[in-house]
Design a binder for this molecule. Structure first.
Ligand code: VAH
Length: 320
């Protein structure tokens, strides 16, 4: 059975990835690690370790203590936050990745590190963005992600480290609010619909972005890490997407279910510039062919589930 370490477990993906992995591999086989002390109260079903991913010695000690064979490195400052402090974003994003790769090399671990649609840039093809194409991102987040992809392939080719990665689109979830992402509007809009019946959208109408519901994202992580390595022509990093929409389309999907929901636009120029540099929709045929990627959720089914779960939390007084 695998022994897994999730670093950055307290983030938007990590907070759902840990229980998802525990259901598959067993609670004691999945160690959650995060710099935030509050996470100790969240991850009570299995081992939790306080870890600053930039502390290589502590990171390695945890890998040795639990005989880890698989590292999910989920540490990242996201796109909009990164633009406020590019130097810190580089330090954290690349420091955590380099420690993950070096420790994986030393202790023979496999490594999963998410990349992102943010790894593409304004001169990447916007529609049906190919798996292999020009990538000149114009955000520090994207530069971290494309550098991370190359480091992942380098550690595989030079040292044989089993590195694998997907280029996630915007991920929509109803557990942990995302922070500092350009695609966060697609999560916030559901809370606005339930709590205020109104939302002020920071991206303009017509801004298409790839998106995915969290259950599909969690399946993508596990499916790729469980894939037969002999079938993988790519490793870092696979395009994966489930849907592409622009703000007026998600607004319409919600309004069908909450007729008195209203939305206005107040465009955030930073988020607009970032979104405009990213694809409208990616070609994820390589992931489908090489490891059976096949998303289950679309805008309609996701909207039903998001409004149901957030509505129940609201009625129970659980929303801040
Ligand atoms: C962001 N949610 O907006 C992240 C993601 C595809 C975007 O990487 O920065």
């Amino acid at each position: 059975m695998k022994n897994i370490l999730v670093v950055g477990a307290g983030g938007q993906i990590g907070s759902e990835l840990v229980p998802h992995l525990q259901k598959i591999y067993g609670n004691s086989n999945v160690v959650a690690a995060d710099i935030n002390t509050k996470c100790a109260d969240v991850f009570k079903d299995g081992p939790f370790e306080l870890l600053d991913a930039l502390d290589a010695q502590k990171f390695a000690d945890i890998v040795k203590k639990y005989k880890i064979d698989t590292i999910y490195n989920m540490v990242a400052l996201l796109s909009a936050t990164g633009e406020k402090n590019p130097q810190l974003a580089w330090k954290i994003n690349m420091g955590a990745l380099m420690n993950s790769l070096e420790i994986a090399r030393e202790f023979n671990c496999a490594v999963f590190t998410p990349s992102s649609i943010g790894a593409f840039g304004p001169n990447s093809p916007k529609d049906n963005t190919p798996q292999d194409t020009i990538m000149r991102p114009t955000t520090i987040y994207g530069i971290c992600k494309v550098t991370g992809e190359m480091l992942g392939d380098y550690y595989f080719q030079k040292y044989g480290v089993d590195t694998r990665s997907v280029r996630f689109p915007g991920i929509i979830s109803n557990v942990t609010l995302p922070g500092g992402g350009t695609t966060d509007y697609a999560v916030e809009i559901y809370y606005g619909a339930i709590q205020q019946k109104h939302y002020v959208c920071p991206l303009p109408e017509g801004t298409y972005l790839d998106m995915m519901y969290m259950p599909d994202a969690l399946d993508a992580c596990v499916q790729l890490m469980e894939a037969d390595p002999s079938k993988l022509k790519h490793r870092n990093s696979f395009n994966v997407t489930a849907m592409s929409f622009e703000p007026s389309q998600i607004y319409a999907a919600i309004k069908k279910r909450i007729p008195d929901f209203t939305m206005e636009y107040d465009v955030d120029p930073v988020k607009k510039a970032i979104a405009d540099s990213w694809p409208n929709y990616m070609d994820d045929s390589c992931a489908r062919e090489e490891w059976g990627w096949n998303p289950k959720w679309n805008l309609e089914t996701m909207t039903d589930d998001m409004l149901k779960v957030i509505g129940e939390k609201y009625k129970a007084g659980l929303l801040k």
